[in-house]
Ligand binder design. Structure first.
Ligand code: ASC
Length: 155
């Protein structure tokens, strides 16, 4: 049984690695699909990040559980959009993606990682139930949103 389980585990890990290694283009039938996917993910992230923002700005009451739920969505979804910027997805739909995303790919990946790292901290802060920690992490996360948008998204 143990042996079977480890075989299954190894197979599943291999499959996951293969899927992760597939070029993003292969995960979407058309560039338009990748563009729609990444924009949809960003829309959901912005909605939940914005709900935390309302609390941070004192426009909505602080409820620790609601804020933690919103931060968990932001963190979980922060991992998704960057898989949808594969080669050939610079054109097709209604994209504001700048060519620098592909020309300066290392810089773009680093900016994506900054966002994911800060989103993880926001998630941890929100789980702690400490509003001051949430405020600080919200500000730091917002800076990573802005940095990436300034450098890699058309106005
Ligand atoms: C948001 C949102 C963004 C970022 C950015 C942060 O809530 O929709 O694009 O924060 O404005 O500076």
């Amino acid at each position: 049984m143990k042996r079977l389980l480890s075989t299954v585990t190894i197979f599943a890990a291999g499959l996951a690695a293969m899927v992760t290694a597939l070029p993003a283009a292969a995960q979407f039938a058309k560039p338009e699909d990748a563009i729609k996917y990444r924009q949809s993910v960003m829309t959901v992230i912005a909605a939940h990040f914005g709900r935390i923002g309302a609390v941070v700005q004192g426009k909505a009451p602080y409820d620790a559980k609601t804020t933690a739920d919103n931060a968990a969505v932001v963190y979980s979804m922060s991992k998704l959009p960057f898989t949808a910027f594969g080669e050939g997805t610079d054109k097709g739909g209604n994209t504001k993606a700048k060519p620098e995303i592909w020309k300066e790919s290392d810089k773009f990946q680093a900016a994506a990682k900054d966002f994911q790292d800060q989103a993880a901290k926001l998630d941890a802060a929100a789980k702690s139930g400490n509003l001051d920690a949430v405020k600080a992490a919200f500000g730091d996360t917002g800076k990573t949103c802005k940095a990436c948008h300034d450098n890699f998204r058309e106005k």
